[in-house]
Design a protein around this ligand. Structure first.
Ligand code: NAD
Ligand code: LMR
Length: 327
């Protein structure tokens, strides 16, 4: 039998953790292959995390091979194959995700260093905690021995939101929507791209046939969905964020669907004019645990200006964390 995959989750006693752990443990990530959970929290949250572990026990999941918890990243990350870095403060009403840079950035310095020291050689690291792209950059920079392509930040939630909005607009089932792309930052500047997306194999922008809807409705709805949820729920998205975290990790480890692509924020090699070294969202295909940026897409002036605006924001965030001494 294949050995269990060791999966670390940080912020495991938080809201996203409460959705994520049960789905990971029940096979949503790897089907029948067992997993072992390594859960990291800050010391004051360990008691609450113990309660969550009691609940995990009570589910008697056949695919859960073990659970360890702790507040020391080096102990918790020892030998992990996948690290889902969720633990970070969420924003409240009226805040932008970048307002969290100072509060959350330092978490990713320490965790990057710990992963560098003790994670398994094949580790893959997915960052959900906000501001996700720049936190991933911080972790990556602080883990010089881990190949840069093992880090990614979550824009899959935005990707899924874009699919759902397009499905609602066109009346097509979500399964008919392919080739969706989120470009740039997981922030209000992100660019959900309908010019390469398809509905039942037809170009999505042509099917919609309404540039005003794309510009004034679709793009802002997707880009500001996180804020709309905070406004409605009083706290930030959790179950959908957990679901997207699993979608992203599953596709990364097991491969994306044949003939389609997904959105992942990964280190830029300069593709599509995105400055090298930024963690920016691209259309990617994945196979065998590796991703590659889809090449050769034509970018018109409208898309160019949107991609440039979002990557300029990422460059500003990088400068800010440089200033803070985090990278
Ligand atoms: P939460 O406040 O409910 O939980 C966060 C948990 O992280 C807390 O239990 C806290 O104790 C823990 N934590 C804080 N510092 C830690 C550290 N150094 N090590 C380990 N754990 C630590 O928040 P949440 O709703 O679960 O959201 C978590 C993060 O995910 C937030 O930053 C939120 O903005 C972000 N988020 C991202 C996306 C995305 O699409 N990328 C979507 C939703 C939420
Ligand atoms: C989201 O997109 O729902 C999360 O990033 C939470 C937030 O602050 O918007």
């Amino acid at each position: 039998m294949t050995s269990p995959l060791k999966v670390a989750v940080t912020g495991a006693a938080g809201q996203i953790g409460y959705s994520l752990l049960f789905r990971l443990a029940s096979g949503a990530l790897l089907g029948d292959r067992p997993i072992e959970l390594r859960l990291l929290e800050i010391t004051p949250a360990l008691k609450s995390l113990e309660g969550v572990v009691m609940e995990l026990d009570d589910c008697a999941f056949p695919t859960l091979a073990g659970v360890e918890i702790g507040d020391d990243p080096e102990a918790v990350f020892e030998g992990v194959n996948l690290a889902l870095l969720v633990g970070a403060r969420p924003r409240g009403p009226g805040m932008e995700r970048s307002d969290l840079l100072e509060a959350n950035g330092a978490i990713f310095t320490a965790q990057g260093k710990a992963l560098n020291k003790v994670a398994a050689d094949d580790v893959r690291i997915g960052v959900t905690g906000n501001p996700a792209n720049t936190n991933a950059l911080i972790a990556m920079t602080n883990a010089p021995d881990i190949p840069q392509e093992r880090f990614s930040a979550l824009t899959r939630l935005d990707h899924n939101r874009a699919i759902s909005q397009l499905a609602a607009k066109t009346g097509a089932p979500v399964t008919d929507i392919t080739h969706m792309t989120i470009w740039g930052n997981h922030s209000a500047t992100q660019y959900p791209d309908l010019f390469h997306a398809e509905v039942g194999g037809r170009n999505a922008a042509e099917v919609v046939g309404d540039q005003a809807w794309i510009e004034n409705d679709f793009i802002p709805t997707v880009a500001k969905r996180g804020a709309a949820i905070i406004e409605a729920r009083g706290s930030s998205s959790a179950a959908s964020a957990a679901s997207a975290t699993i979608d992203a990790a599953r596709d990364w480890l097991l491969g994306s669907a044949e003939g389609d692509w997904v959105s992942m924020a990964v280190v830029s090699d300069g593709s599509y004019g995105v400055p090298e070294g930024l963690i920016s969202s691209f259309p990617v295909t994945t196979s065998g645990g590796d991703w590659s940026i889809v090449q050769g897409l034509e970018i018109d002036d409208f898309s160019r200006s949107r991609i440039d605006a979002s990557t300029a924001e990422l460059a500003e965030e990088r400068a800010a964390v440089q200033e803070l001494g985090l990278i």
